[in-house]
Design a protein around this ligand. Structure first.
Ligand SMILES: N[C@@H](CCC[C@H](N)C(=O)O)C(=O)O
Length: 270
């Protein structure tokens, strides 16, 4: 099977073109592909399938020709991946599978509109974040309070007093399984001034990653809420680079670089 490798602010993905929509990805194959020693290595897999041949999203076919079938590195499925959509869009453009600079991408969380910027960055309309009150996460023996933000997938974005650079995120942080029965992506951030935050993330199904697009938007929402705001333009610094987030009355936008770095033939089997 042909594959490509790409990343958006070092949130990295293996892309599997599936123009016939016939590849049945098992969780164990995804985990093998994403293994950083025995596989190609990635935070997740993006299968590129025709929307109309993908029963779970076929109702989106009029608005998006291609379906991003996203899987976490442990093989689990997720509803949305903001950096994944950006890298997926970069692949569609490079492969000549879309025309023009604006198009839709089908996801389990609904259609996401994408724009390729003149400087090559890719912007995604991420939809209106949905805020569900506070919950807590624990890292080591520290407990942090954060905001539960749904971006199609679940997030808990916590502003913390400790410098995020000092956190040990080698282990799953604790969280309230009553609030998040399907797991949660946990962002820990330090606000810097009024429009910037430094963020680290422990992703559901992938562990600590160097960037998370949906997490960057959730962080902007939580950072804005600290000053009573729901709109604004935010710079979110992550381990792998810089993401820009715009929150307006109706929706949110995520922008940043997305690149394809390699391609080849996959020989890993089940
Ligand atoms: N890295 C992604 C989020 C991927 C999905 C997440 N791990 C989940 O299970 O919800 C992003 O850029 O948004």
């Amino acid at each position: 099977m042909r594959f490509l490798k790409g990343h958006g602010t070092e949130n990295d993905f293996v892309i599997l073109p599936d123009p016939g929509g016939e590849v049945d990805l098992s969780a164990s194959l995804v985990a093998k592909i994403c293994d950083r020693r025995a596989g190609i290595g990635a935070d997740g897999v993006l299968r590129v399938a025709p929307t109309k041949q993908s029963p779970e999203v076929a109702d989106q076919a009029a608005a998006a020709e291609w379906f991003m079938d996203y899987r976490n590195s442990d093989g689990s499925m997720a509803e949305m991946c903001g950096n994944g959509v950006r890298v997926f869009a970069r692949y569609l453009v490079d492969a000549g599978l879309v025309h023009g600079t604006e198009f839709g991408v089908a996801t389990r969380g609904g259609v996401r509109r994408v724009r390729v910027e003149p400087n090559g960055d890719i912007t995604v309309d991420m939809g209106k974040p949905s805020v569900h009150g506070e919950s807590t996460a624990s890292v080591g023996n520290q407990e942090y309070t954060g905001l539960h933000v749904d971006m199609g997938n679940p997030h808990l974005a916590c502003s913390i007093g400790d410098p995020v650079v000092q956190l040990d995120l080698n282990h799953q942080p604790g969280f309230d399984t009553g609030v998040f029965p399907a797991g949660v992506n946990i962002e820990l951030f330090n606000p810097v001034g009024t429009s910037r935050a430094v963020m680290r993330v422990y992703e559901r199904g992938s562990g600590e990653t160097r960037a998370c697009g949906t997490g960057a938007v959730a962080t902007a929402v939580a950072a804005a809420a600290l000053t009573g705001d729901t709109t604004g333009t935010w710079t979110i610094e992550v381990l792998g680079g810089t993401l820009r987030v715009i929150l307006d009355e109706d929706t949110s936008y995520l922008s940043g670089p997305a690149v394809i770095i390699a391609s080849g033939e996959l020989t890993i089997a089940e």
